[in-house]
Design a protein around this ligand. Sequence first.
Ligand SMILES: NC(=O)c1ccc[n+]([C@@H]2O[C@H](COP(=O)([O-])OP(=O)(O)OC[C@H]3O[C@@H](n4cnc5c(N)ncnc54)[C@H](O)[C@@H]3O)[C@@H](O)[C@H]2O)c1
Length: 260
Amino acid sequence: MKNPASFKLLKGKKALVTGIANDQSIAWGCAKAFDALGAELAITYRDEKTKRFVDPLLSEIKPAIYLPMNVEQPGDLEGVFEAIERKWGKLDIVLHSIAFAPKQDLQGRVVDCSKDGFLKAMELSCWSFIRMAKLAEPLMKDGGTLFTMTYYGSQLVVENYNIMGPVKAALECATRYVAAELGPKGIRAHAISPGPLKTRAASGISDFDELLKKAESKAPTHSLVSIDDVGLAVAFLALDGAKLMTGDTIYIDGGYHIID
Ligand SMILES: NC(=O)c1ccc[n+]([C@@H]2O[C@H](COP(=O)([O-])OP(=O)(O)OC[C@H]3O[C@@H](n4cnc5c(N)ncnc54)[C@H](O)[C@@H]3O)[C@@H](O)[C@H]2O)c1
């Protein structure tokens, strides 16, 4: 059978990928899949420290645009979209794969979290997606697909997920509103909900290994998800063939979420 990637089903599409911190990042799995299917890439990294880990990956995918973008820095997001407008004049795919909560707030009870910690987590993990949708809208002239990353702790109380639960619930709800508002322009929005993956962001969650063990034993497939599993599923959703799918939270978790 022919390798599906050889069909280059995303040829001609321009994709912005944010949130690569290293070769374990979910965004890296997505960038590889977009590239394998023929999309042209714009890649951002948070800061110089992150760049050191992202630079070595680039020989594999050769992005057309490579820029720093710290969503806390006024003007950074706008600068990236301006660079995309200058270089491509359009955009088809945006991947938002960014989350943050201050450690003290992430590792404590929700009822104990500070106002500043809560607002910071919401700004970086949720508002930044809404802002990206706003900036992408005029560039998605032929429609497009917006992705953000969420987790099951938004739906039910997952031990140690703490403040990120309410933040991801807001993100999933924002995705529905973005999908409804931009749908008439052919712009779709998906909240992707992968099972647990051992990434740098996950290292901030207490007893993460227990979460992995539980995911593997409870999921009907009895397997853990990989960044390549997430990448290929996301690339599928970016295809024109998936153009009538929008607004949902889509689980890539081996079916974990359907089991009591
Ligand atoms: N790892 C998991 O188990 C899991 C499961 C479901 C959802 N997610 C979600 O997937 C997304 C990606 O996380 P990951 O697990 O790949 O970890 P990761 O650490 O590789 O990625 C998180 C990214 O967020 C970026 N980031 C944080 N603050 C930023 C800022 N101010 N400006 C710009 N970028 C910033 C980091 O640089 C990093 O690239 C997150 O939204 C996370 O909540 C992760």
